[in-house]
Design a binder for this molecule. Structure first.
Ligand SMILES: C[S@@+](CC[C@H](N)C(=O)[O-])C[C@H]1O[C@@H](n2cnc3c(N)ncnc32)[C@H](O)[C@@H]1O
Length: 266
């Protein structure tokens, strides 16, 4: 694909397929599993057990946040920023929620070719860094933006602009995204670079969460470490290196799912 970030989309997709295959008690995604044969083989071979679980943990936690948001708010929008090949609208089938899957035109074209689309899901082919697509969405509904594996590919000023726009146009909104530290982003860049030089580099990390909250003028709802539940549920299935890495990342808060209210809690 032309866009280097778009080239990364099979990494988390493969992780979801792997997790759904080997750890369905932790992460269940029958639709992704059916599409296993669509994954280019290099994305299935390189990752370690830890790396696959680390990727799947994001969806385990953000799915919980999405479910709670829908239960609390009823009719609402779930807007997946940089959706890639996410099948979340199948994992969470709730008629109260409309899922918007936004990604670059070349990715939406790929989605249309290889993924099914369900009847409460809308695809939008546009850049999340513009505001043109906002007109396609009912902004008066409670709205949860989800950005898994996406924001780290942008620069800080792009993230603050994006959050500023979402705050301005969507009065009743929240944002959930994954973030790591400076050290974490170095590890993540090493991991992604192993898939080839056509992969994009990552820039954005959060070293000081309080400072980020203050600068973005948002409100922190929660910041969750990745593996709290995975370590309880899957500990017996993990090899020693995976167990050690999960302990390390959680203990030193190297990767977190951040949940923000953009204009005061809903
Ligand atoms: C690592 S993939 C993550 C995909 C998906 N969120 C997931 O978790 O499987 C990053 C995604 O961000 C998308 N992306 C990059 N820049 C974008 C932009 N300006 N607007 C919309 N999507 C973008 C890429 O096309 C790609 O699908």
């Amino acid at each position: 694909m032309e866009n280097k970030i778009a080239n990364t989309l099979f990494i988390p997709f493969a992780a979801r397929v792997f997790a759904a295959d080997y750890f369905p008690e932790y992460f269940n995604d029958p639709v992704a599993l059916q599409l296993k044969n669509k994954i280019p083989p290099k994305f299935l071979k390189i990752s370690s057990q830890y790396e696959m679980i680390a990727s799947a943990a994001r969806y385990y936690i953000s799915d919980k946040i999405i479910r709670e948001f829908i239960d609390k708010n009823g009719k609402c929008n779930i807007i997946n920023l940089g959706a890639g090949l996410e099948t979340v609208a199948f994992r969470i089938h709730n008629p109260n929620a409309v899922f918007y899957q936004i990604d670059l035109p070349e990715v939406i074209q790929l989605r249309e070719e290889i993924l099914p689309q369900n009847n409460h899901e809308i695809f939008i082919a546009d850049s999340i860094l513009t505001t043109k697509w906002y007109d396609k969405i009912d902004k008066n509904k409670p709205t949860l933006f989800v950005a898994n594996g996406v924001l780290m590919y942008f620069h800080k000023n792009e993230i603050f602009n994006l959050i500023g726009n979402l705050k301005q146009y969507f009065p009743k909104s929240q944002l959930v995204f994954d973030a790591t530290t400076r050290f974490g982003i170095q590890c993540a860049n090493f991991y992604v670079s192993r898939f080839g030089c056509e992969m994009a580099k990552m820039y954005f990390y959060i070293q000081n969460l309080d400072e980020f909250i203050q600068k973005s003028q948002t409100q922190l709802l929660s910041s969750q470490t990745f593996f709290t539940d995975a370590r309880k549920m899957l500990g017996h299935k993990m090899n020693l290196i995976t167990k050690f890495n999960m302990w390390l990342v959680d203990t030193f808060h190297l990767s977190n799912i951040i949940h923000l209210s953009l204009n005061g809690a809903l």
